[in-house]
Design a protein around this ligand. Structure first.
Ligand code: ZN
Length: 209
């Protein structure tokens, strides 16, 4: 139900002796994503991501849905990253995608969502943060990442910060949706949400990224 792909580019991986390799990026733990975003697939995701947080903006706005998710993990090893995407509409922007990635340095999943060439962010910590999000009990500062080198359409707004030694990426599309960030956002580890999970809406077209 969850299918393996390269975390850095999405190409199908080849499997040899229980390890995986991308034709472009070499050996890598796979990114496991569902064919379709459903509650059952999400339960599987949480099982595969056990011990690693999967963050969602919380509470989700009316009409918003979980449209995509994934975990980077080698079978029998500890997870290296998770991603989730919620999609909805805002009055100003129309359809909006909000992607959240939490990852160990060097994984390259957030950079892919941001369309950056290098797997780790470079501009972090320069100047004041653009926003703070609340994660668990503490605030996490996020800095804007310039995507102008790679993203000619300028269709996304990318922020990144560091929490507990992991990169936390937030990618908003379209870029103008960053105005939604005026209020302090709460990101919640869905693994700890429990019962309300069953009421979360899943489905809809997954974002192209
Ligand atoms: Zn690859």
């Amino acid at each position: 139900m969850l299918r393996p792909g390269c975390p850095r580019c999405g190409l199908p991986l080849t499997e040899t002796d229980a390890s995986w390799a991308c034709p472009e990026h070499g050996p890598t733990p796979p990114l496991w994503r569902p064919q379709e975003s459903t509650y059952d697939a999400f339960v599987r995701h949480l099982g595969a991501a056990a011990g690693f947080p999967t963050y969602l903006p919380w509470p989700m706005g009316p009409g918003w849905r979980v449209t995509d998710f994934g975990v980077v993990v080698q079978e029998g090893s500890v997870p290296r990253a998770t991603m989730s995407c919620v999609s909805g509409t805002s009055v100003l922007d129309g359809p909006v995608d909000v992607l959240v990635v939490s990852e160990e340095p060097g994984t390259g999943l957030g950079a892919r969502a941001a369309r950056l060439a290098s797997p780790d962010p470079r501009d972090i910590g320069e100047g004041p943060p653009v926003v703070k999000v609340r994660l668990g009990h503490g605030p996490v500062s996020l800095w804007a990442v310039s995507t102008s080198d790679a993203d000619e359409e300028f269709d996304r707004y990318v922020m990144v910060g560091e929490a507990a030694g992991r990169w936390l990426w937030l990618v908003l599309r379209p870029a103008s949706a960053m105005l939604l960030m005026r209020d302090e956002w709460i990101l919640r580890d869905v693994a700890e949400v429990g019962a309300p999970l069953i009421e979360m809406p899943f489905g809809g077209p997954p974002p192209a990224w």
